[in-house]
Design a protein around this ligand. Structure first.
Ligand code: GLN
Length: 475
């Protein structure tokens, strides 16, 4: 095996090159060759033309100068289409750029392309893409997870050292786990959502993928910080993670929620996570068993709240303002109906129907109102656990490793169950991270770390400890 492609190795390559365009052209050629060949992963929906001269800021102080990154196709970019893997936005080009992408470019990073995803972020396998499923680089017959499956696959395949994704209910952490890379979902409000196409606005958060903890943290530092263009962006300075990355876990208490280890976790996943816990303990963390009883209602609450918000957010796709339009319509109504019927995929239609139903006058209290109460309960339980002296929680990221393509597409409830361990962080708005903790039957397993609001630093520290153990053969 060659050394993994990291931000450091990319920076070094750029420094040695005659011009920063040379390595970029090489990287783009390698991606294109691989993706167009028979072992392609369908990780990208569009690729940057390496001949295009991209605007760059002043080179001095650019922490990501010349570093190639991949960007999920629900983040607006001016130079490439932004389709959210939906027919309804096919060919759509944004007149503005997402803040997270703008900050990456200002730091000198170069966007290699836009990555495949579940349509509008709705899914857990990247099979709900209108442009065909993405594949898992560990085994092409397996899903890469979703919805940010293309970004996870691109990092795992070594195309790029880091990528951007979005996480509404697990869409960064679950694909990171399935592809054996690091996925970081920050605290709600840490990163601007400006230019992120809205799925469920109270849950959506932009985050990062890295081949290493350091890279996921480094890119998160760059994209974080207050943005006046997003009213939910917190008035905080960019987060600083790298200085404390190697501080260890000696002073920390790790909580292990009982409920997360017994809920139909595959034995291989459970074993890898137990071994990871033993590593944390050996490195000095104190392990404490905790209980989060509302967890079992989390998925049900999430799958009412997220579709409810989606049904409202997706009302804007009417064939008039964005993307494609049905032709031959005789009235405005027919334009709307034709465009939406043709443009939205099955899962998106299901979510819009579910969400509209949950919000309808007669059922609002029974469904949406109740789901909101569960959300409050989940958040309160987490607050209490963290207030009782627990510094962070450790759980499996997903109950299973990457499942075969096609296995769950016709069983939405089973697909939704992939998210049992990840939705809680979004419901509560807390930061969470997935880090590789080993393999089960030759497929990667992810361990999830959850922390109190704004405590990304602790998660990065604990993840770094686990990563060292894995690399040192200790895990
Ligand atoms: N799988 C979840 C869903 O379909 C989460 C997706 C996401 O985080 N965007 O809603």
């Amino acid at each position: 095996m060659t050394a993994p492609f990291t931000v450091r190795s990319a920076l070094e390559r750029v420094r040695e090159a005659a011009t920063p365009d040379d390595p970029f052209r090489e990287w783009m050629t390698a991606i294109r060759e691989k993706e167009e060949g028979s072992s392609g992963l369908n990780a990208f929906l569009s690729l940057t033309d390496p001949g295009v001269e991209l605007p760059e800021g002043r080179p001095e102080g650019q922490s990501l100068r010349g570093v190639p990154v991949a960007v999920k196709d629900n983040l607006a970019t001016r130079d490439l289409p932004t389709t959210c893997a939906s027919r309804i936005l096919e060919g759509y080009r944004s007149p503005f750029e997402a803040t997270a992408v703008r900050r990456l470019r200002e730091a000198g990073a170069r966007v290699v392309g836009k990555t495949n995803m579940d349509e509008f972020g709705m899914g857990s396998s990247t099979e709900n893409s209108a442009f065909g499923p993405a594949r898992n680089p560990w085994n092409r017959e397996r899903v890469p997870g979703g919805s940010s499956g293309g970004s996870a696959a691109a990092v795992a395949a070594g195309y790029v050292p880091a990528a951007l994704g979005s996480d509404t209910g697990g869409s960064i952490r679950q694909p990171a786990a399935f592809c054996g890379v690091v996925g970081f979902k920050p605290t709600y409000g840490r990163v601007s959502r400006y230019g992120l196409v809205a799925y469920a606005s109270s849950l959506d958060q932009v985050g990062t993928f890295g081949r290493t903890v350091e890279d996921a943290a480094r890119v998160l530092e760059v994209i974080s910080g207050h943005d006046p263009r997003d009213a939910t962006s917190a008035r905080r300075d960019p987060v600083r993670l790298l200085p404390e990355l190697e501080s260890g876990v000696r002073d920390l208490v790790v909580g292990v929620p009982e409920e997360y280890f017994h809920q139909n976790v595959d034995p291989g996943v459970g074993d890898a996570c137990e071994r990871a816990l033993a590593v944390l303990e050996k490195e000095g963390a104190r392990v404490r068993s905790v209980s989060l009883p509302s967890t079992r209602y989390g998925v049900s609450a999430y799958y009412l709240i997220a579709p409810a918000e989606a049904s409202s957010n997706l009302a804007r796709y009417d064939g008039v303002r964005f993307g494609s339009r049905a032709d031959g319509a005789a009235s405005t109504r027919e334009v709307y109906e034709g465009t939406r019927a043709r443009g939205f995929g099955r899962e998106v239609v299901r979510r819009i129907l579910l969400g509209t139903f949950a919000l309808s006058a007669g059922y609002y209290d029974a469904y949406y109102g109740r789901a909101q109460r569960v959300r409050g309960l989940v958040a309160r339980e987490l607050r209490q656990v963290f207030a009782s002296g627990v510094d962070f929680l450790f759980t499996p990221t997903s109950p299973s490793a990457a499942f075969p393509l096609g296995e769950r597409v016709d069983d939405p409830v089973r697909m939704y169950q992939s998210d049992v361990f990840t939705v809680t962080a979004n419901l509560a708005g807390i930061p969470a991270l997935s880090v590789p903790v080993g393999t089960a039957d030759g497929l990667p397993v992810g361990g999830q770390l959850l922390g109190p609001h704004w405590q990304e630093g602790r998660l990065a520290r604990a993840a770094w400890v686990l990563e060292q153990a894995m690399n040192g053969g200790g895990g």
